[in-house]
Design a protein. Structure first.
Length: 448
């Protein structure tokens, strides 16, 4: 018998079907026993007798039964399959689950973050955790679709690189046979090279930052949604494209993720018809006037500053987003294009949303000689960038691009408190699946 998914049961009333899934919950009512069976499509209620009483949460089972309408007083309006149930005829236990370390049957999984991640293979099964990744999937999917629709081509960017795009020290070194390489901080150099093929490109890739800090905003390994476009008329073309992509993502999440948003009592961020734009120094002045915190000589906005300027945008412009432009040269990578009107600033931007940077981007230097000069100025050897520089040596038009942190977008849409919640298997300086401190403790015990 062909397998039926949970959500398909609503179209098969009166028919005998075969279901496969996990026991999500069990409820005993004397002679009657109910279980919620979970599969990839959702939940369906199974009704039976003592044969269901031997089942435990997370048992993997196969059930054969007949679909029937629920009594009116038993209809669950919060469930897609809430008007039907399956009366069991046969059951096969495919795999027994061990005793759970905590209650997975609650509507909300109330666990401290260390416990949530220590048992990640189990906790990702809960509907509230699954919902996070469903929203994240839409974010990435719409990033792809929206760019495809305006002539962008996807390519695969390498993760092992011979040099660092940012020119900084916060990178992971990799022993590559007898050579020294790194885990890529960004696909930046490769997407610029690909412009010579397709003019407009994007990639969805993992990026790595060896920043020795533990915050609620940063991951050591994250998903970077990168886009780059050539033959731009102005660096502002890049902001227009970034704004278009973000609006497409928000519209799709609002349309496709109503159940997930409801679970988190979340709403998609408010976005104005035209996202407001402020120069970096203008933003600093506004923050100073509103808070009396004088950070006007700082080369970047701190977390509190980003939150404050987002509050200003919402209050004054009716938008939970704001573009901050013209960041100082010293805070941008070697390829950032200097502002012709003020060479100390760059034609760059960040898109801030709900108090956090969602996007960073800008125009890039496309002149070969200027790039070589900047590589040296940033303390690097042009020989390490030979492949990259070749793309500019043989003709590169005005170009630029941007990158979106996928986990940050998901985090802010759902109102998560920690970015680690927005990825199935978080990496930071304290965890690679398991807490690294537990490895150290085990080594100490073994030495004894």
């Amino acid at each position: 018998m062909e397998r039926t998914l949970a959500f398909e049961t609503i179209e098969k009333i009166g028919k005998k079907i075969r279901l496969c899934g996990w026991v999500d919950r069990r409820r005993d009512h004397g002679k009657l026993v109910f279980i919620d069976l979970r599969d990839r499509s959702g939940i369906i209620q199974i009704v039976g007798g003592g044969e269901l009483g031997k089942l435990q949460p997370q048992d993997a089972v196969e059930i054969i039964g007949k679909v029937q309408k629920r009594p009116k007083e038993m209809i669950n309006k919060d469930l897609v399959t809430g008007e039907v149930e399956v009366k069991i005829e046969e059951i096969k236990i495919l795999s027994k689950a061990d005793t759970l370390p905590f209650d997975m049957g609650k509507d909300w999984l109330e666990l401290e973050l260390p416990t949530l991640f220590d048992h990640r293979a189990l906790t990702i099964r809960h509907k509230t955790i699954k919902a996070i990744f469903e929203v994240g999937e839409v974010v990435v999917d719409v990033f792809r679709k929206s760019l495809n629709e305006i002539g962008f081509t996807e390519y695969e960017s390498p993760i092992i690189v011979p040099a660092t795009a940012e020119g900084g020290a916060e990178v992971f070194q990799v022993k590559y046979f007898d050579h020294k390489t790194y885990l890529g901080q960004s696909p930046q150099l490769y997407k610029q090279m690909m412009l010579g093929v397709f003019e407009r490109v994007f990639t969805v890739t993992h990026a790595f930052r060896a920043e020795p800090s533990v915050t609620t905003r940063h991951l050591t390994e994250y998903t970077s949604l990168d886009a780059e476009m050539a033959f731009i008329d102005s660096w502002e073309d890049l902001m227009e494209t970034a704004e278009y992509v973000v609006k497409e993502i928000l519209a799709a999440v609002k349309k496709q993720c109503q159940e997930q948003l409801k679970l988190y009592q979340a709403t998609v961020p408010l976005v104005s018809k035209k996202i407001p734009r402020l120069k970096f120094q203008e933003a600093q002045e506004i923050i100073f006037k509103r808070t009396k915190r004088d950070h006007r000589r700082e080369p970047d906005l701190g977390p509190n500053d980003e939150e404050e300027i987002c509050r200003w945008a919402k209050e004054e412009k009716g938008s939970e987003f704001v573009f901050i432009t013209h960041y100082p040269v010293k805070k941008r990578p070697f390829y950032a294009y200097p502002d012709p009107k003020n060479p100390d600033l760059t034609l760059s931007f960040d898109l801030l949303g709900r108090g956090l940077e969602w996007i960073t981007g800008g125009q890039r230097i496309h002149e070969y000689e200027k790039l070589v000069e900047n590589i040296k100025k940033w303390g690097n050897d042009p020989k390490d960038f030979a492949l990259y520089l070749e793309a500019f040596k043989y003709g590169m038009p005005p170009e630029g691009g941007f990158a979106i942190g996928a986990e940050r977008v998901t985090m802010k849409i759902l109102g998560l408190k920690n970015i680690r919640e927005a990825t199935p298997f978080p990496r930071d300086m304290e965890r690679v699946d398991i807490r690294l401190s537990t490895i150290q403790e085990a080594k100490k015990r073994n030495k004894k």
